[in-house]
Design a protein around this ligand. Structure first.
Ligand code: NAP
Length: 283
């Protein structure tokens, strides 16, 4: 068996096309486009690239780009005041605070300052609590993208055994919650899991977000499973994931490549979350 390689770029493009159409409908109805505010603090090169890509994609989709770049030594109060101003600005539908923040800033406090109605990264405690409670809201972009990729394969989530490797607030935990909402039977594995291969090899759906390069090989995978690799690692030979792609290719049923799998979905979901936020606040 050779796995079907899931084309994240294609799925992301389809999502972005739908978002562009929704932006146009919003403009037709309200006479203005939704705004996405991005806040970058300091000069971390990776964050600068991520923010540049997010802003360019937002503009391409027809969203208004509202950007604030603050110095690394900015005070907590100044950032908090900026977030308050953006919360109050009707032209801003979504607010994204690029992480990680420089040392000295309280990340949790600043994230939680973002109005839940504008929390397009889905990272506030309230958004995550709503997800855990099964109440509608804005979901974290990467996990929501994982679900969209699974849906694109036609894999039945309901009733499947889904194993998520990783339990971070950003990826693993919300991915598990989203799979549970779709009625999967969910197991979360983490760094203290005793026999990882014994757990993962029972998964019909295996989502890997451990941040450990090449952690998962064929011994970890049930034949025919859908394997979604969230990990991204820069190496001398290019980007690799948490899954040994070539090693798993002839045992999995579906697999995402790195790059070109989950990565493109993160921005696509950020854009769609921004439109959802705009539509909700205009109701
Ligand atoms: P993180 O905060 O470091 O969390 C990693 C999780 O993996 C933790 O829950 C940890 O368990 C668990 N873990 C670590 N080693 C493990 C092991 N040997 N076996 C099983 N579980 C293990 O990382 P993250 O922010 O969730 O990101 C995970 C990966 O996804 C990274 O490579 C990151 O770059 C990538 N990522 C990609 C995108 C994208 O757009 N494609 C977006 C976000 C993140 P404990 O809780 O016990 O420590």
């Amino acid at each position: 068996m050779t796995a079907v390689v899931i084309n994240g770029r294609e799925v992301a493009l389809a999502s972005r096309t739908r978002t562009t159409q929704r932006v146009q409908s919003f403009v037709d109805q309200h006479g203005r486009a939704p705004g996405l505010a991005t806040i970058l603090i300091g000069n971390d090169p990776a964050s600068e690239v991520y923010i540049r890509n997010k802003r360019r994609s937002a503009t391409d989709a027809g969203l208004i780009d509202v950007h604030h770049h603050l110095p690394a030594d900015v005070t907590q109060n100044t950032v908090a005041q900026l977030i308050d101003d953006l919360n109050a600005d009707p032209a801003v539908s979504g607010i994204l605070l690029q992480l990680p923040l420089p040392d000295g800033l309280d990340q949790t406090e600043l994230i939680n300052r973002i109005s839940p109605a504008k929390d397009v990264d889905g990272l506030t405690t309230l958004s995550q609590g709503r997800l855990a409670r099964g109440v509608d809201g804005l979901w974290p972009c990467t996990p929501a993208g994982v679900i969209e990729l699974l849906d694109a394969t036609g894999v039945t989530i309901e009733g499947a055994h889904a194993v998520v490797v990783g339990r971070s607030e950003l990826v693993g935990h919300p991915a598990a919650e989203l799979l549970l909402r779709r009625n999967a039977t969910v197991t979360i594995a983490h760094s203290r899991t005793r026999d990882l291969a014994a757990v993962t090899s029972t998964a019909d759906i295996l989502v890997v977000a451990a941040g450990i390069p090449a952690l998962i090989g064929r011994d970890h995978v049930k034949p025919g499973a859908a394997v979604i690799d969230v990990g991204i690692h820069r190496t001398e030979s290019g980007l690799i994931g948490d899954v040994r792609f070539d090693n798993v290719l002839d045992i999995a049923g579906w697999i995402t490549p790195v790059p070109g799998g989950v990565g493109p979905m993160t921005i696509a979901t950020l854009l769609s979350n921004t439109v959802v936020a705009a539509e909700s606040s205009a109701r």
